[in-house]
Design a protein around this ligand. Structure first.
Ligand SMILES: Cc1cc2nc3c(=O)[nH]c(=O)nc-3n(C[C@H](O)[C@H](O)[C@H](O)COP(=O)(O)O)c2cc1C
Length: 167
């Protein structure tokens, strides 16, 4: 089975998460950065995983456009959705909900928040200011959720067997 992971990353965290997820999902996995290729072909994939990161409450515009431009095709795939972000709990779940069209949430086999990181070396002056003021964080920190990545991969790999209801 071929899986496409299409993603966007502003400071590199989502790129790391995607590399880890790609190692854990079974079968052939192709990773495409939507910044470099906003229009990947989708016909040759059974599964598509879409991910991006949250900045000021929003996922990257290119992820939104990819979802909108390919909505009908994506509804035919085994679909996985994820975000990277630093909020947890209900706020993170609301950000996940807002990041993707409702049709894709309804169709998704699995979706999750996979953690995030603040990397001060990659932020510009303004971003550092915002993070210090809003998140009250002053140095780089990683909260990539490796357990959630494991779970995401195994949920995507799980085969639905209707006969299990009979035993
Ligand atoms: C300027 C800025 C704004 C951010 N805004 C949010 C936010 O609104 N909600 C959130 O949960 N995380 C927020 N974050 C945290 C990012 O989602 C986190 O750094 C993520 O790992 C970035 O992934 P990336 O490196 O792939 O872009 C923000 C980070 C920065 C630098």
């Amino acid at each position: 089975m071929r899986t496409l992971i299409a993603y966007m990353s502003t400071h590199g965290c989502t790129g790391k998460v995607v590399a880890e997820l790609g190692q854990k999902i079974e079968g052939e996995v192709v990773i495409i950065n939507l910044k470099e290729n906003p229009n990947p072909e989708l016909d040759s994939y059974t599964r598509v995983v879409i991910g991006g990161s949250i900045h000021a409450g929003l996922i990257q515009r290119k992820v939104k456009e990819f979802c909108q431009n390919n909505l009908e095709t994506l509804l035919q795939k085994e679909l996985g959705l994820f975000i990277c972000c630093m909020y947890e709990g209900e706020t993170a779940m609301q950000q996940l909900k807002d990041a993707f069209p409702e049709e894709l949430h309804q169709a998704a086999k699995y979706e999750a928040v996979l953690g995030g990181e603040f990397d001060f070396d990659k932020m510009n002056f303004f971003e550092k200011l915002v993070v210090k003021k809003v998140a009250k964080i002053r140095e780089s920190v990683s909260k990539i959720d490796h357990n959630a990545i494991d779970k995401f991969a195994s949920k995507m790999d799980k085969v639905f067997n209707p006969f299990l209801f009979l035993v």
